[in-house]
Design a protein around this ligand. Sequence first.
Ligand code: AP5
Length: 209
Amino acid sequence: MKLVFLGPPGAGKGTIAALAKEHYQIPHISTGDLFRAHIKEHTPLGLEVEAILGRGDLVPDSVTVEMVRQRLGEPDAADGFILDGFPRTIAQADALKGMSGLDGVINFVLDDEVIIARLSGRRMCKSTGRIYHILYNPPKREGFDDETGEPLIQRADDQIEAIHNRLEVYQRQTFPLIDYYRERNLLIDVDASGSPDEIFALVKEVLAP
Ligand code: AP5
C-alpha cells in the first residue's frame, strides 16, 4: 500500500501513521521526523533547516524532494509506505509522481481550534520521537517518556506564534493539494476529530478493498 497522509499541522497524521505502520507493515516516512533527526545529529542539512522548522516555514522543495527520493529508494519502501507531511506543495506532488504511484491520499480534516489545542499540548521524546499530549495522551509519569524515562520536550514550532504561521503556510502552500489529488481521484477525506482508535478505524474502512 502506497499512501500519502495529508492534512493541517496537528491533525494527527503522525499518531495515525504509527498505528497504520504496524497494521499494514509498511514504513512510516515523515519528512518532519527526517529533518528533526538531521537537526539532532547536527548534519549540514540539519544546520541548514533548523531555523526554518523553528519558524514553521517550509524547507525549499529541492532539498525536501531529494531527501524523499533517497528515502523511497531504500529497500523497505519498495512495496509500500506512508508518506506523512510530504508532499506539501504542488511542485513536491509533481516530483512524487515521477518517483512512485500512489494507492490513496488520506486527507485528515480538522478545525483550527482543535488543531491549536492539540499542538500546544503536544510533548515528545526527543530520542524515540514518541508523541504525547498533556491532556489527551499523557505519559504515565508527568514530563517523562514511558519507556526510556527521558524528559519530554516541547517542539520549538509548537509555540503559539509558530503554530499560527504553520496554519497560514498550510493554507497558502499545502491546501491546494486537496484539489490536486481530488482531480486525480486519489483523495479520501477522513474526519480527524475522534479518538485515534476511531480515526484509524475510519482509515481502515476507506482503504479496505
Ligand atoms: P511535520 O513534523 O510534518 O509537522 P506537521 O505537518 O506540522 O505535523 P505535526 O507533526 O505537527 O502534526 P501531526 O498531524 O503529525 O499530529 P500529531 O499526530 O503529532 O513538519 C515539521 C516542519 O518540517 C514543517 O513545519 C516544515 O518546516 C518541515 N517540513 C516537513 N515536511 C516538509 C515538506 N514536505 N516540505 C517542506 N518542509 C517540510 O498530533 C498532534 C498532537 O495531538 C499530539 O500531542 C497528539 O498526542 C495529539 N493527538 C493526535 N491525534 C489525536 C486525537 N485523535 N485526539 C486527541 N489528541 C490527538
